[in-house]
Design a protein around this ligand. Structure first.
Ligand code: SAM
Length: 385
């Protein structure tokens, strides 16, 4: 393997070949469909004790600002059975040849390594992760990893109703389903394909199988679906949904422009006109979402404010693309190929030094929406949201 830049701290850690991870807290696998957080509140004295006496988090997954990266998103494929306007350029994307994509064994080798270092949540994404034929098997194998508390998936929902019973049995514990409109004809316009009914079936299957909350991701775009916000919120009255309104983000080829973006504040103002009682919920650690609830409603509403109020300060996420590149920031264009190192026969320690160096270079925050919109990055379909 070619010599890699390794920070002094990493060299020290490598020399002593100590793998420092684990929070020290007991780790339990949640049952599929159960929330990943412990149902019982840990008394604050005990929480303080655990924090003070816990082993330090992996140095390789800690950046120069002390952010601990315990959440890994793995893209399983570049392919998708929809063509969402905001995600996929109109002419499609050139797909990476199959031989250059991570194999199942490579996905699992990397997952194992990250979990050993302290990653406790993995989300499978894409492309559309459910088009990968061995997705159930991958979930089952991830479920064997000690220390992995949550296995989530982000899906467009087209094949969900069919696959969810198997995925749940395999150990899938959290689901995000993308749905940007409740109007079937508009659905076809936004995603450039049919399938509204299948997505709704997927949402209802997830509820039926006990996932709670079922997260629904809705990218809000002016002139397209911002008039439907109240209809989405109304769904949370009787259903255990977390409807997440996502600010429209710029990626290569998605024709983003500032006027099409509806900010979190604007969405909130709209909803408060109808529901002045909309109540802010306490922020969860490292959460990207600002959560709200209407008293008496079963579900809740959240906002992903990556553009108007970024949450880089508490970012704990890393991404691996389907072709095996590690991306430390969704909006950064620096990437390192873990696939190439794996295929060159890198040892665990060598891989960790590559990962540690990339994490160490992670910037304090993204460049801001206007700079991002001018910057070269991948289209979202090739990153995995
Ligand atoms: N195919 C899956 C799906 O549709 O959920 C997973 C991949 S998709 C890239 C992951 C998430 O990214 C989706 O919830 C999608 O809505 C979101 N996304 C894609 N492009 C976006 C954009 N330009 N702005 C905001 N969110 C976006």
């Amino acid at each position: 393997m070619a010599a890699q830049p390794v920070s002094r701290m990493l060299r020290r850690v490598l020399r002593s070949s100590v793998r420092s991870c684990s929070s020290g807290a007991p780790v339990t696998q949640p049952h599929p469909g159960e929330p990943s957080q412990p149902a019982v509140e840990v008394p604050s004295g005990r929480r303080r004790f655990l924090r003070e006496h816990a082993a330090p988090f992996s140095a390789f997954l800690t950046d120069s600002l002390g952010r601990h990266h315990s959440y890994l998103r793995i893209s399983l494929t570049e392919k998708c059975n929809l063509r969402c306007q905001y995600c996929m350029p109109e002419d499609g994307v050139p797909l990476t040849p199959k031989a250059d994509l991570l194999t199942t064994e490579e996905v699992l080798t990397l997952a194992r390594l990250f979990v050993k270092e302290g990653v406790d949540k993995i989300r499978l994404t894409g492309g559309e992760p459910l088009v990968r034929p061995d997705v159930v098997d991958i979930v089952a194998q991830l479920h064997q990893l000690e220390g992995l508390r949550t296995i989530g998936i982000t899906t467009n929902g087209i094949s969900l109703a069919r696959l969810l019973p198997q995925l749940q049995k395999a150990g899938l514990s959290a689901i995000n389903i993308s749905l940007d409109t409740l109007v079937p004809a508009k659905f076809e316009f936004i995603v450039r394909r049919k399938g509204f009914r299948k997505v709704m079936e997927g949402i209802h299957k997830a509820i039926e199988l006990g996932y709670s909350p079922v997260k629904v991701n809705c990218v809000v775009m002016r002139g397209l679906n911002e008039d439907e916000l109240p209809d989405f919120v109304a769904l949370t009255e009787g259903l255990p949904l977390d409807v997440r309104f996502i600010e429209y983000m710029p990626f290569d080829g998605n024709k983003w422009n500032f006027r099409k973006m509806v900010s979190y504040k604007e969405m909130l103002d709209t909803l408060r006109q109808q529901w002045p009682e909309l109540e802010k919920l306490p922020e969860e650690e490292s959460s990207t979402a600002k959560a709200f609830k209407i008293p008496g409603f079963r579900g809740r509403v959240s906002f992903i404010t990556s553009m108007s109020e970024h949450f880089c300060g508490t970012c704990n996420r890393l991404r691996i693309t389907a072709d095996g590149n590690l991306k430390v920031c969704l909006f950064g264009n620096s990437e390192v190929s873990l696939r190439d190192h794996l295929r060159a026969g890198a040892s665990e320690e060598e891989l960790l030094s590559v990962i540690g160096a990339a994490v160490g270079r992670k910037k304090r925050q993204h460049a801001g929406m206007f700079s991002i919109s001018q910057m070269k990055n991948r289209p979202m379909i090739l990153i995995g949201g």
